[in-house]
Design a protein around this ligand. Structure first.
Ligand code: TYM
Length: 346
């Protein structure tokens, strides 16, 4: 029987994931985990590059909360390996090795680096090296497919470029990964501004920007009923503004229906009706996830045990690739035989 293909993906523990994370990535992971060999990581080392999360107590809590949300959303340890990035040291080690073959110009061109360095006054080397660590995450598991939101496109392309460059220098070691996007939903936009994608960082500063996966029904209704649309009043399938199109997308993904069906349902109906239906669909999707999240959060030891076992399972997979990389680079000098003297000292 042919070996199952492997998927790998990650999420930063920088606050409770939002509806964009769920629709663009997490729900896709859940849908794929039985068919593929699945490995998912909570990228805490990446989160250290986000100034808001440089707070040890906050980071510890955020890692557990993220684990609880992923499990509550359906990530199943019986199918998938779920672990915390810093618990598998091969990630940091491979990131260093890949950094030695990655031109700095490639990293300076990354949109995330350009945006965040334009916003902040001090930029750590970690922010520049962020995509190299992400490449290490993916390449360590000989990943075939990376299910992600569309905003990660540049990172996956860079991962392939780094792998190819490594192969040119040291020979073939890695599998070249392909990105996989949720069709029609790889980029959920902010509800207060359909011109920008829904993001955790904007959600921290803008009250009606995002829907957090553990937000209350009242807050979800409030955000969606105030979602920015346009000057019109009714849905016109042949003339959807970005705000209305975003609501239609959310509804379509949550109800697993085609765009045509959803547009036919709302054609000529008022925006208020569309918004009310979207709000109820979000609330009923999140209700069981929130219940499960509360149960899991009440059992931190059980959560930690799942993460411990995930790291145990991830380590040998990552270690095998790291060994091959080190051998290819000449970092595998055997220890001197007993009694041998080093020539420099002799
Ligand atoms: P992060 O934590 O920002 O987001 C996690 C996942 O959610 C997707 N996503 C979205 N999808 C649709 N619409 C949106 N508005 C939206 N916002 C976020 C993201 O594309 C992502 O799939 N660098 C990564 C974490 C990471 C990773 C990895 C991902 C670390 N190592 C290796 C893949 C493979 C990040 O910051 O994701």
């Amino acid at each position: 029987m042919a070996a199952r293909r492997r998927i790998f993906s990650g999420v930063q523990p920088t606050g409770v994931p939002h509806l964009g994370n769920y629709l663009g990535a997490i729900s896709l992971w859940v849908a794929m985990q039985a068919e593929y060999e699945a490995v998912f990581c909570i990228a805490d080392l990446h989160a250290l590059t986000t100034p808001d999360t440089v707070n040890p107590a906050h980071l510890r809590t955020a890692v557990r909360d993220t684990a609880a949300i992923l499990l509550a959303s359906g990530v199943d340890p019986a199918h998938a390996i779920l672990f915390v990035q810093s618990r598998v040291p091969a990630h940091a080690e491979l990131a260093w090795l890949l950094g030695t073959v990655t031109p700095v110009g490639w990293l300076e061109r990354m949109i995330q680096f350009k945006t965040r360095s334009a916003e902040g006054d001090s930029v750590g080397a970690g922010l520049l090296a962020y995509p190299v660590l992400q490449a290490a995450d993916i390449l360590l598991y000989r990943t075939d497919v990376v299910p992600v939101g569309e905003d990660q496109r540049q990172h996956i392309e860079l991962t392939r470029d780094i792998a190819r460059r490594f192969h040119g220098l040291f020979g073939e070691v890695f599998t070249l990964p392909e990105a996989l996007y949720r069709s029609g939903g790889a980029r959920i936009m902010g509800l207060d501004d359909p011109g920008t994608k829904m993001s955790k960082s904007a959600g921290r500063h803008r009250a009606r920007h995002a829907i957090g996966l553990v937000d209350s029904p009242d807050s979800i209704r409030d955000v969606i009923m105030h979602a920015v649309t346009d000057g019109g009043r009714e849905v016109r399938a042949d003339d959807l503004s970005p705000g209305v199109a975003n609501l239609v997308t959310i509804y379509q993904l949550l109800t697993s229906r085609s765009r045509g069906e959803v547009l036919a349902e709302f054609e000529g109906k008022g925006y208020a009706m569309l918004k009310a239906s979207v709000a109820e669909a979000v609330i009923s999707t999140l209700d069981p996830i929130q219940q499960r999240y509360r149960e899991l959060s009440a059992e931190p030891e059980a959560l930690d045990a799942i993460l411990d076992s995930g790291a145990e399972r991830a380590r040998p997979l990552a270690g095998a690739t790291l060994e091959r990389v080190k051998r290819a680079m000449g970092l595998d000098a055997p220890p001197p035989p007993p009694g041998a003297r080093l020539s420099a000292i002799a």
